[in-house]
Design a protein around this ligand. Structure first.
Ligand SMILES: Nc1nc2c(ncn2[C@@H]2O[C@H](COP(=O)(O)OP(=O)(O)O)[C@@H](O)[C@H]2O)c(=O)[nH]1
Ligand SMILES: [Mg+2]
Length: 198
């Protein structure tokens, strides 16, 4: 059954670790390469068209956005971390991203789960493997969400999912296949979010 989100609102946008809101609710963080489909997936999870803005200029903003959602008897914060791997960023911008994102991930008691998004047509790169290792070293539970599954036909898609499972060194329990466009995998993702926050 589709979980019904009864409340979804943007509560904060932060450009520096010291601006982070006081922790009040369990948090689930979303991260991935620019243009991976993060805003689209957040909107789909929330069942709102425009909660997170989908942008035509990826990588432009470097902010952490916090959203609050109420669903069933659970309240949770979704944390939208800025995308990485945008080709045109300078060294200092890259450094700024790292300071902000690591500053959040490193010291955030309410953080229950980090969801790493990966376009299922892309190969796993060092950006992803290092990030997942980094999270594991700090004891942050992680889940890989493959995005834009609708871009491949079913046969090709399953083959690709198997390849990426190997690439990430994960079984089905650490991986979820999604399409924000078609609504695929949304219930599955919610189920894992509930498991993580309750
Ligand atoms: N076909 C398809 N396109 C998608 C999907 N999710 C996102 N996109 C497209 O990918 C682009 C980037 O999406 P966006 O959500 O803004 O990515 P973000 O930069 O990671 O927040 C947009 O053109 C979206 O329409 C999906 O599930 N299927
Ligand atoms: Mg976005």
């Amino acid at each position: 059954m589709k979980p019904k989100v009864t409340r979804a609102e943007h509560v904060a946008a932060c450009s520096q670790p010291r601006d982070l809101p006081a922790p009040t609710l369990p948090e689930v963080a979303f991260l991935g390469r620019s243009n991976v489909g993060k805003s689209s997936l957040l909107n789909r999870l929330a069942g709102r068209r425009q909660l997170a803005r989908t942008s035509a200029t990826p990588g432009k903003t470097r902010l952490i956005h916090f959203y609050e959602l109420a669903v069933r008897d659970t309240e949770v914060r979704f944390v939208d971390l800025p995308g990485y791997g945008y080709a045109k960023v300078s060294r200092s911008e890259r450094h700024g991203w790292q300071r902000l994102v690591e500053g959040y991930l490193e010291d955030r008691p309410p953080l229950r789960l980090a969801v790493l998004l990966q376009d299922l047509r892309r190969d796993v790169s060092e950006d992803e493997t290092l990030l997942l290792e980094w999270l594991a070293e700090r004891g942050v539970a992680s889940l890989v969400a493959l995005t834009k599954a609708d871009k491949l036909k079913p046969m090709r898609r399953s083959a690709r999912v198997r390849e990426l499972a190997v690439g990430f060194g994960r079984t089905n329990s650490g991986l979820v296949v999604t399409s924000a466009e078609k609504g695929l995998g949304i219930d599955d993702l919610w189920r894992r979010i509930f498991e993580a926050v309750s």
